[in-house]
Design a binder for this molecule. Structure first.
Ligand code: LMR
Length: 397
């Protein structure tokens, strides 16, 4: 039956990781998938996570199922991290959270929920966005549309065009916004722009769906939540798809969450009852281990302090690599200005490399970056690989 199936192309991001692993070149550099590397080029397990695992191993009593919506304490901690303890949304219990397998799982559960209950609603995302966004919502049967994000240079947010695009969207449609560290561009709205976006979204009666995969990688845990908190207005609906893959380094444990904020507590419970059906018919209930780690670290003051320090160190190393890349490119290819990288946030930068240059980087220099704009994972740069990397970029330019 399967003889005539067409061969699907490799995934544009995760497929690169597989190709990289097979590349025999000892000098290869991976700036593809959004995975943090330390100065030695390793993806470390955080010490706070290791300590939580040690405690869990010593105290865990059983391997029973979690509730369909996941680890109860984890769900509560997620809400506190998103909105801040004591926020009106928490006090009024009009938010419900379901633990999901990663941020991707959260997006998929959200899309199933939306398609079933709001079948005519379309999903609008920025152009560009994370390569998997459109695919996830389309797979659930939702019609996907785009709104403008960058200006013609590809290096600056075109806020006027973005607002004009959003103003055309009919009431009841869903608008996907990146809370911080926009993937793939690293370009975020300012706080003042977020205030304007929140005004527009609510005035137009659009449903905001916020993808929050990088909390703490931009300016800090609180600062990175500022845009989301602008959108969180009294009595207004909101969806948040969040992830601990990056800020806890728990990539393979698949730890994410879908948070639905409704107009009141009763509506929120109704929404959760429907989300439970979506989860039950997808993967029944979520895996325990990663959520138990996050719940423990966020609840224990000493572990939490340690984690915040580790997160700050990752963030600062990325900022340092941005500055070093800009300076090294300036010395190797002064005719090309990369200073725009310094002000961008999070792991990624949209380098503007053409698909041909991206292919050449890989074929001739064993440097792996994502095509369609040349997304570079700055978190994969180290002081050791910076020289060869910038030589390779200068050569293809
Ligand atoms: C990325 O954008 O590289 C990460 O979010 C990993 C992924 O799943 O694509």
């Amino acid at each position: 039956m399967f003889d005539t199936l067409p061969m699907a192309p490799p995934d544009s991001i995760l497929g690169l990781t597989e190709a990289f692993k097979k590349d025999p070149n000892p000098k290869k550099i991976n700036l593809g998938a959004g995975v943090y590397k330390d100065e030695q080029g390793n993806t470390p397990i955080l010490a706070s996570v290791k300590e939580a695992e040690r405690r869990l191993l010593a105290t865990e009593q059983n391997k029973g199922y979690l509730p369909i919506e996941g680890h109860v304490e984890y769900d509560a901690r997620v809400q506190e991290l998103l909105f801040g303890p004591g926020h009106e949304i928490l006090a009024s219990t009009r938010a419900v959270t379901a633990q999901t397998p990663g941020g991707t799982g959260s997006l998929r559960v959200a899309s199933d929920f939306l398609k079933k209950h709001f079948p005519m609603a379309r999903l609008w995302h920025s152009k560009p966005t994370w390569a998997n966004h459109g695919a996830i919502f389309s797979a659930a049967g939702i019609k996907v549309e785009v709104y403008p994000y960058l200006d013609a240079s590809g290096r600056v947010l075109d806020f006027a065009a973005m607002k004009a695009g959003l103003a055309q969207i009919p009431a009841g449609d869903v608008v996907l916004l990146h809370a911080c560290c926009h993937n793939p561009t690293g370009i975020d709205p300012t706080l003042d722009q977020w205030k304007q976006l929140a005004e527009l979204v609510h005035e137009r009666k659009l449903l905001p769906l916020v993808d929050f995969a990088y909390q703490g990688f931009g300016d800090g845990l609180e600062q990175d939540a500022a845009g989301l908190r602008e959108l969180a207005r009294p009595g207004k609906d909101l969806l948040v798809c969040s992830s601990f893959s990056k800020n806890f380094g728990l990539y393979g444990e698949r730890v994410g969450a879908l948070t639905i904020v409704a107009g009141n507590a009763d509506a929120a419970e109704r929404a959760l009852s429907q989300v439970r059906i979506s989860i039950r018919t997808n993967y029944s209930n979520p895996p325990t281990h990663g959520a138990a780690i996050v719940a423990m670290v966020l609840s224990d003051p000493q572990l939490r302090k340690q984690w915040e320090g580790e997160l700050a160190a990752m963030r600062e190393r990325i900022h340092k690599m941005r500055r070093l890349f800009v300076a090294t490119m300036k010395s190797k290819a002064p005719q090309h200005d990369f200073s725009f990288l310094s002000s961008q946030k999070g792991m990624f930068s949209f380098s503007g490399l053409t698909n041909m240059q991206v292919d050449e980087l890989r074929a001739k220099h064993a440097v792996y970056v994502v095509g369609n704009g040349g997304r570079i994972n700055v978190a994969g740069m180290t002081e050791a690989n910076m020289g060869p990397l910038c030589d390779a970029v200068a050569a293809v330019l």
